[in-house]
Design a protein around this ligand. Structure first.
Ligand code: ADP
Ligand code: ASP
Ligand code: MG
Length: 419
């Protein structure tokens, strides 16, 4: 029988009525002739509550126990969804990650899939089961411990199952009716896209658009999974939502397809470090060893006149997630104290946000950066750091200007109009 993967996010299973509503959508696909693998998230707010309980119990917690606790929200939803389907006369059962078993690496709270054997679930389909409800976000390490995949990880579970079982499509049901040109909660002019290329979606996700977890898009692209984002609150059909697909399937020819943002950024500057080979490696090696995810980097070479001689020095600026600032600061200060690094000052700015424009059209069009900077200048938004790649341009701005910057860029690239 043809097979579909259907994933329901937290708000789509937030209470028993919503679980029933989701189950209705699953039943409809079963009636159309599909076997279905349903991937569920924890009920909305549950994972945050569980994280809070862990942190309140043990500030420097054992990552294995963190995963044991925070993975549990999904298990409740999986069982309830299977029960609801059974009540609707749909043969269904639930599976926790370890029962499948979903094999992952041992990187707790950031585990990656190693393999998803099909045998157990296939055997049940062969016996007449029509729906396998699987807990998203979790897996089993080589050591036999429960792992989780990082926040938003149920999207990645869904795509991994679609790839492993050769599903016709992977449908991600959520609280918006598709992927928009920017977060519809920030700009009322945001426009729903019918299609978006894997590469663009990958950039948008990694630059902050949380509608899909970045790794889910990566996995879909690598395995050619047809990935669709659609609303769990509306009536939907074959044409609903946004299809994430290959570039060759896209009709629209906009230079920029979307604006993404990430609110919780910080900017740190090491003032006056020596300008010589090995300095960058020393700084960013120190930060990497401390587990800091450095994003943008700027180096400003200058000359300092010390009276008797002139020395080439540099200021090194980088950005990282705001919750890693204390870790970054400690690592740099420790390295300075141990004479492994030398700098005059460390300046931290925790009031910044990152705004990015993304589009595969940028590959063949010049002038995107100029247009972006002009639009920000017209709103008097100062740019603090710039980073570019083939299909994106990102800037750091003061957080208080985030919404203004997103809206200005959305207007500047005419994203409210179909192209
Ligand atoms: P779920 O709980 O279903 O996984 P998420 O909250 O993780 O849902 O993702 C859906 C949210 O993503 C939307 O409510 C929306 O605010 C946000 N979002 C951010 N950027 C975009 C975008 N470009 N298009 C659609 N939604 C977006
Ligand atoms: N429940 C997890 C989270 O809130 C995973 C998910 O919903 O995708 O991050
Ligand atoms: Mg999500």
């Amino acid at each position: 029988m043809p097979l579909l993967v259907m994933k329901f996010g937290g708000t789509s299973v937030a209470d028993l009525d919503r679980i029933a509503n989701a189950a209705q959508k699953v039943k409809r696909e079963v009636e159309r002739g599909y076997d279905v693998i349903v991937i569920v998230s924890a009920m909305s707010g549950k994972t945050n509550e569980l994280v809070g309980w862990v942190e309140a119990t043990s500030p420097f917690y054992d990552a294995r126990e963190y995963d044991a606790v925070v993975s549990s929200g999904e298990n409740i939803t999986a069982g309830l969804m299977a029960l609801r389907l059974q009540e609707m006369n749909v043969p269904a059962r639930s599976w926790q990650g370890w029962q499948v078993p979903i094999h992952t690496t041992s990187a707790h709270s950031a585990a990656r899939f190693k393999s998803i054997p099909r045998d157990n679930i296939d055997a049940k389909f062969a016996e007449g089961m029509r729906v396998a409800v699987v807990s998203g976000f979790q897996g089993l390490s080589e050591e036999g411990r429960i792992t989780t995949l990082g926040r938003g990880g149920s999207d990645t579970t869904a795509v991994a199952f679609a790839a492993a079982f050769g599903a016709e499509r992977c449908d991600i049901y959520t609280d918006v009716d598709g992927v928009y040109t920017t977060d519809p909660r920030v700009s009322s002019k945001a426009r729903k896209l019918d299609r978006i290329a894997y590469e663009e979606m990958l950039e948008l996700a990694s630059l902050g658009a949380k509608v899909l977890q970045t790794r889910s898009v990566e996995l879909a692209m690598r395995n050619n999974v047809r990935l669709r984002v659609l609303s769990s609150f509306e009536d939907t059909d074959e044409t609903s939502g946004t299809l994430v697909c290959g570039e060759d399937e896209i009709m629209e020819s906009k230079i920029v397809s979307g604006v993404a943002f990430s609110r919780d950024e910080a900017k740190m500057t090491l003032v006056t470090v020596e300008d010589r080979p090995g300095i960058a490696s020393g700084i960013f090696g120190t930060l990497a060893d401390a587990g800091v995810n450095v994003d943008m980097i700027v180096q400003n070479i200058s000359e300092r006149n010390y009276g008797d001689h002139i020395e080439a020095v540099t200021d090194m600026t980088f950005s990282c997630p705001i919750n890693q600032v204390s870790r970054a600061k400690k690592a740099l200060e420790d390295a300075q104290a141990a004479n492994a690094l030398g700098y005059e000052d460390l300046v931290v700015d925790t009031e910044v946000a990152k705004v990015s424009v993304v589009g595969i059209g940028m590959r063949s069009h010049a002038g995107v950066a100029a247009r972006m900077f002009k639009a920000l200048a017209a709103e008097n938004v100062n740019i603090k750091v710039i980073a570019t790649s083939e299909i994106k341009i990102s800037v750091l701005v003061d957080r208080k200007y985030l919404e203004l910057a997103v809206q200005a860029l959305h207007d500047a690239f005419d994203l409210d109009k179909a192209g």
